[in-house]
Design a protein around this ligand. Structure first.
Ligand code: SF4
Ligand code: SF4
Length: 327
């Protein structure tokens, strides 16, 4: 698979990366061996970029996949916490659990505002120190927010931007707009600005959490046509999904290809839900309820998988996943 330079980092990454969140306990909950086999399958297909996070609890899959092999993937992890000590602990945990001396990329996970960048100064300082000690190679920021993505171009310490981008703008936020909603156009401009400033950019949610998978080629044509993006991170759950992206990227996919999404189910990530109630009001089937923690959940007995709820979620917490076993 073609490898692309990731900004000024010196890294060369495959055009598609593997987001390991999908196989973890909050989504598919794949058995360890099955998840590890899927990761090795991806590496055999030429994928060399892997995204994980302290919060995902998926280090074990990568470790198992790599144990006793000669694979040399680029691993990116991240931490939601804000203090120096918490970030240092997260980096040490990643090194220990992944059984690696050096983590290639470590990020401030899910930065939600320019103000929060300052609030997490301790965590950033820990990343800078960890880089100086050789524990990590490069520092990045992941975000769903256009205003945050725009800011990154001017931040010397930040080498990599990991923004949310898709052709329908699902989940894109912007603190500068009165309703907090951002657009694909604005995020695309922020990506271009960051890339021109020498930042490496890989994106997430090309399929809007599975809600755009039915328009497979349109979704990928959009993100891969954007200036400044080196790679897109995709959460694979099955070998067939890896085969699909490989055939898309090598140009052998049929022009009218549409994946089978008949077994997909709507799922609300409890870690991302903000309890705003918008999905509850939008669901025509009354299939979403608020649980004892004040967060939204889906009653699958009556959900019609119409997908109407996902676009109203400001937190991009509503995703569509395939509950079938890996194949
Ligand atoms: S997919 Fe449709 S039926 Fe299911 S929870 Fe969302 S809006 Fe309701
Ligand atoms: S719209 Fe999103 S954030 Fe709001 S309650 Fe539903 S899932 Fe949670």
């Amino acid at each position: 698979m073609e490898k692309i330079r990731l900004g000024k980092t010196g890294l060369k990454v495959s055009k598609v990366g593997f987001g390991v969140l999908t196989m973890g306990a909050t989504q598919l909950n794949l058995p360890l061996d099955e998840g590890a086999e899927l990761i090795r399958y991806a590496m055999d297909k030429g994928i060399n970029l892997f995204d994980t996070a302290q919060y995902y609890k998926t280090y074990k899959y990568l470790r198992k996949a790599l144990d006793g092999t000669n694979y040399e993937p680029i691993i990116s992890s991240k931490c939601l916490k804000s203090s120096y000590e918490q970030m240092t602990e997260a980096i040490e945990e990643a090194r220990r659990e992944l059984n690696r001396d050096v983590i290639d990329i470590f990020m401030l996970h899910e930065l939600i505002s320019v103000k929060e960048y300052n609030f997490r100064a301790g965590a950033l300082e820990a990343l800078v120190d960890a880089k100086a000690k050789g524990w990590i190679r490069h520092i990045g920021v992941s975000t769903h927010y256009v205003d945050v993505a725009e800011m990154i171009a001017d931040k010397i310490e930040i080498e990599i931007l990991f923004p949310l981008i898709n052709y329908k703008g699902l989940g894109i936020r912007d603190n500068r707009n009165f309703d907090g909603v951002g657009t694909s156009e604005a995020m695309a401009a922020a990506i271009k600005k960051a890339a021109l400033a020498g930042k490496g950019v890989f994106g997430m949610k090309a399929f809007g959490g599975g809600n755009l998978t039915g328009t497979y080629r349109t979704a990928l044509d959009y993100v891969y046509g954007l200036p400044g993006i080196s790679a897109m991170m995709i959460g694979f759950g099955k070998k067939r999904e890896i085969d699909d992206i490989v055939s898309y990227l090598d140009g052998t996919m049929l022009r009218d290809y549409t994946p089978d999404i008949s077994k997909k189910r709507i799922f609300i990530d409890q870690g991302d839900c903000e309890g705003c109630n918008a999905c509850v009001q939008r669901c025509p089937s009354k299939a979403i309820f608020v649980n004892e923690n004040g967060l939204a959940e889906v009653n699958h007995d009556i959900c019609l998988t119409c997908g109407y709820c996902a676009p109203v979620c400001p937190a991009r917490a509503i995703i569509m996943i395939d509950k079938r076993k890996s194949e």
